[in-house]
Ligand binder design. Structure first.
Ligand code: GRF
Length: 220
């Protein structure tokens, strides 16, 4: 008799908006050898289109509406309770537009990833495409990093670059960056689920070695 295969790592995705990254992950998850399973999608916005994408894919969803709480601490506690209920191995922030408390971030240290639309450490926070254009950058891009207490400041696992054209607008640049996001995030999540990346005190182990610089997605 064949032994049952080991259960796949459980992925919980947090979203606030349209969910194109969630969709890329759902699509990747349909590949036969994908080493993880999206078991839940949570949102702080009841109307987020990402929730519909999850429902279409028969993934359980939940909403913890931040408007229903008086403080960030109370919201985070409610969100944490929902997350615990699903007991995920990995939390993926995919356009989740809430700043999380230190307590929350510490609880899930080493198990939570974020995707940020810039080549970190450049341009933490918002309006990254606009800021790259204003700075006259000719290269811009996207980073996937572990979430730590510092906003958009956790160790970076991987990046992908895009060229900034002279006539790029924040919108056209966002489109180029998103195309890369949809390739990069599933790759990094695959690595995590395969147990290839771990967060140390302030470094990343990749296949057991300290990662000296973020992994780069080849140009094409
Ligand atoms: C992406 O640009 C991502 O880099 C940022 O939020 C956006 C989410 O987009 N963190 P979507 O909801 O996945 O389409």
């Amino acid at each position: 008799m064949k032994a049952d295969p080991a259960p796949l790592p459980k992925i919980l995705v947090l979203v606030s908006g349209s969910g194109t990254n969630l969709q890329a992950l759902i699509d990747a998850g349909r590949e036969r050898d994908f080493p993880g399973q999206i078991t839940a999608v949570g949102s702080n916005r009841p109307g987020a289109f990402a929730l519909e994408r999850a429902a279409q894919a028969n993934i359980e969803t939940f909403v913890v509406d931040h408007k229903g709480f008086d403080s960030r601490e109370e919201f985070d506690a409610a969100l944490m309770a929902e997350i615990r209920r699903h007991n995920p191995d990995l939390i993926v922030l995919a356009g989740f537009m809430r700043i999380l408390t230190t307590d929350f971030v510490r609880t899930f240290r080493g198990k939570m990833l974020n995707i940020h639309p810039s080549l970190l450490p450049k341009y933490t926070g918002l309006n990254t495409h606009q800021r790259a254009i204003e700075a006259g950058d000719d290269i811009h891009g996207v980073s996937v990093h572990f979430v730590t207490e510092e906003l958009d400041g956790g160790p970076v696992i991987a990046q992908a670059e895009v060229q900034v054209a002279p006539d790029d607008t924040p919108e056209s640049l966002a489109e180029k960056v998103q195309e890369k996001e949809h390739i990069l995030y599933p790759i990094v999540i695959r690595w995590f689920c395969e147990g290839r990346i771990q967060l140390g005190s302030d470094y990343i182990l990749f296949d057991g070695d300290i990662l000296k610089a973020p992994m780069r997605l080849p140009d094409n």
